[in-house]
Design a protein around this ligand. Sequence first.
Ligand code: SAH
Length: 368
Amino acid sequence: MTPLGQELARLIRDEGPLSVSRYMALALGHPRHGYYMKQDPFGAAGDFTTAPEISQIFGELIGLWAATAWRMMGKPAPFRLVELGPGRGTLMQDMLRAGKVVSGFREALTVHMVETSPVLRERQRATLAASGMAPVWYERIEDALDGPALIVANEFLDALPLDQFVLTPEGWRERLVGLDGEGRFAFGLSAAPEGRIARPASQGAVLEQPLAALETVATVARHVAAEGGVGLFIDYGAVQTGFGDTLQAMRQHGFVDPLAEPGDADLTVHVDFARMAQAGRAAGAAVHGAVRQRDFLLALGLEQRVAALSRRAVPEHAARLAAGASRLVAADRGTDMGQLFKVLALADPRLPLLPGFDLHRLPEQAAP
Ligand code: SAH
């Protein structure tokens, strides 16, 4: 068992089974043994890779998008460029470099990072050292927001803990993490049904309650509606609320059992974009999208960017640029990034429709 596993087993023996959200929060964020707290998990040598690590073009297009959004906001100065869960800092670095072409944008902004991992904070500091900016770090999003803001989050909501409920003949019961007869982690159900859920479903259906993600989205939406700006969320998930267990664990680029190695495997969930949009709207923001990552990046000029960069590149670099870009927008299979990933913006309702969202809006369907 992993060191965190031993600690969690002790906790379960003392206090009883853990909710899925508590298990997830500790597996990812335990101060000493949490997955993100002790290592840099990205890249070929790590456990998984993300869009900004695949291609510089991802961050560059989002940087240009942000600069355009800033102009549409009336060029507020100063304003905050905020990133939630910035990983290695690559997205911010690429955004800042691309944003240089829009006059006044860089001069008007200050950089703010919401990151709980000390290891990744150091990594972000190193990545941004040459940027000429002086980023400020925060544990909590509430503390990072003040005045007009552009808030960007790639693969952040998927790392936030959620709870799960299963429909049984006695009603909805909470899915819990306990120990089996041999002392291994196992899923079980709460003894008492959860009376507050009234959702028609078939027996065995799993309902996920992403409270932390919904709170994050609502905080962003409230802020931009009151003080101006936009929140941009990019993640994998569906635009129609469905049932099902989406908890997954990844290690060395493959799926593993989410209960097998707490602290040593990445744990994520799929994002329910219909509910995120609903929460954003309820908090006063206008909802743009969701659109597929493919449609968003193509609308922002991915192909033109590849062509422009390739003209100045040696053949191997040009080939890498083309391969990276096509991976971001591939949409042949449901698991391809361009199809699986969605982009949702929550904006100050005074803003017009933002670039990338005018076409291909996916029909969102919230739960009954
Ligand atoms: N956006 C990056 C990294 C995605 S991984 C990229 O696209 O490459 C998730 C990131 O969110 C990591 O930086 C992780 O440390 C951070 N994170 C996870 N849970 C968090 C929380 N509750 N608060 C702040 N940051 C968190």
